[in-house]
Design a protein. Structure first.
Length: 248
């Protein structure tokens, strides 16, 4: 049985990834800082309360796995929504740590198991914020650009060992995290929540938000043998974003 590890797998995109991989017969391991969310995950999943910035805890989880075919380095945090001059160094470091260092640590400790097996797939969750500049989102956008650089380096470094690496860039995803972003952007820009929401939707050629299942389905594909020669790629699942800064 193939095995997948999903960081921040208790809810949202991570939970959808777990369900999608489980449907394909994978043994699912998830980590999350939200113990309540973990408790709501299916009983058959291996659930671990773990902060991805805690290297010792993450290493303990991964070293206890019987094998690892797919890593979904999915953990992230939205960070502050503010002008650059109003962002504190603590806010910057906190956002970059979760989004970038969390992906680095997961990949670092997953790699030895994959090298031993002679195969594996690493999937990092970036964002369309890693493809465009996003006003008022400096830490988040910077970190999401950086994880793409990390992914491309992993693809080159690990390819000779049969390990692939790719990045998924979700656009505006329906759910609790995006609602927080919408509220913050509305306050920062003096707009209503609905105006910001529709601005995001109008910024895509599909004129709609993404569902978590759209991201999960792409992760399953990238982890599968059908994508055996897909590596080093940045794949946006965003309805074709052209205007990442919603305006009326």
């Amino acid at each position: 049985m193939k095995t997948v590890l999903i960081t921040a797998g208790g809810a949202g995109i991570g939970r959808a990834m777990g369900e999608a991989f489980a449907a394909q017969g994978y043994q699912v391991w998830v980590t999350d800082v939200d113990e309540d969310a973990l408790a709501e995950c299916p009983d058959g999943w291996h659930r671990h309360a773990c902060d991805v910035t805690d290297e010792k805890a993450l290493h303990t989880v991964i070293s206890g796995m019987p094998g690892l075919d797919v890593l979904c380095a999915n953990a992230g945090t939205a960070g502050p929504t503010a002008r650059i001059e109003d962002i504190t160094l603590e806010e910057w470091r906190s956002c970059v740590s979760v989004n970038l260092e969390g992906a680095f640590l997961a990949a670092k400790h997953a790699t030895p198991k994959m090298k031993t097996a002679g195969q594996g797939a690493i999937i990092v969750t970036s964002s369309t914020a890693g493809l465009y500049g996003y006003p008022n989102r400096a830490p988040y956008s910077s970190a999401k650009w950086a994880v793409i650089g990390l992914m491309k380096t992993l693809a080159m470094e690990l390819g000779p060992f049969g390990i692939r690496a790719n990045a998924i860039c979700p656009g505006a995803v329906e759910g609790a995290r995006m609602e927080t972003v919408l509220a913050r952007e509305a306050e920062a820009k003096g707009m209503t929540r609905d105006a910001v929401y529709h601005g995001y939707a109008r910024g895509t050629s599909m004129q709609r938000f993404v569902e978590v299942t759209d991201i999960a389905n792409m992760a399953v594909f990238l982890g599968s043998d059908a994508a055996r020669l897909v590596s080093g790629q940045v794949i946006a699942v965003d309805g074709h974003t052209e205007n990442p800064d919603p305006k009326l």
